[in-house]
Ligand binder design. Structure first.
Ligand code: SF4
Length: 231
């Protein structure tokens, strides 16, 4: 299955123009993430969703502090670490989340033999397309400090679906992130203390390489850097 096989609604007219995006990005560059999220909630209401891999609950904590009803999407690929599913379980105890768990088509076969492109397309991209169908905007936890390829991540953009994609913590300085996480007691994946700085599916996640960016353990040695949901 490829992204084009899904029934995702492609918005031919994005909700924001190029000049509006430029103005928003300029205004939000040094804004607290909660202000960005507040703008998104005020602008898109229930047509806004949040997608998270539950490597931690930072974005969930920030977003639910603005709007407790926001829809939280988790893509259950079937290949998550047990520790990741435990972060999800602990988050469900702590927060009254409006949680939507999206899974691959039950007919999805093990596509590993056909490579990670096909596997991610079926287990991540298509389910997120499905979850975002009917939405106008979504929140993601991408940060510029994640990797060199994410170093220019905008705070507000238009994705390949024509949806408004909002990355409230894209430009948040690392020391602010860390102090906020400590102050709020953000739930984190214990694998982080074991060298896994970025956590995805277990078949495609290794410990980060010394001296390399935090996503260096994802699809290590394949040249692949993203699963496709952020296009
Ligand atoms: S990250 Fe790996 S296991 Fe997970 S969907 Fe992509 S290729 Fe499949």
């Amino acid at each position: 299955m490829t992204p084009s096989d899904t029934t995702v609604q492609i918005h031919s007219r994005p909700a924001l123009s190029r000049s509006e995006l430029d103005t928003l990005n300029e205004n939000f560059e040094t804004a607290h993430p909660s202000r960005v999220i507040q703008w998104a909630v005020d602008t898109f209401g229930s047509r806004l969703a949040l997608a998270t891999s539950f490597s931690d609950t930072l974005l969930v904590d920030l977003a639910l502090g603005v709007d407790p009803d926001i829809e939280v999407v988790f893509l259950d690929t079937g290949f998550h670490f047990a520790e990741t599913l435990d972060v999800l379980r602990r988050a469900q105890v702590r927060y009254e989340m409006n949680l939507r768990v999206e899974r691959p088509d039950p007919a999805t076969v093990d596509l590993w033999a056909q490579g990670s492109d096909a596997c991610c397309a079926a287990r991540k991209v298509a389910p997120l397309d499905q979850a975002l169908s009917g939405k106008v905007a979504w929140l993601s936890g991408m940060r510029r400090g994640d990797s060199a390829t994410r170093s220019e991540t905008p705070i507000v953009s238009i994705d390949r679906r024509g949806l408004v994609k909002v990355n409230p913590i894209a430009a948040w300085p690392t020391h602010d992130v860390e102090s906020h996480m400590e102050a709020r007691g953000i739930i984190v994946n214990p694998l982080g203390d074991d060298g896994y700085d970025s956590i995805g599916c277990w078949p495609c996640t290794e410990r980060s390489a010394a001296g390399c960016d935090i996503r260096s353990g994802r699809w290590a040695g394949t040249g692949r850097t993203e699963c496709g949901i952020h296009l």
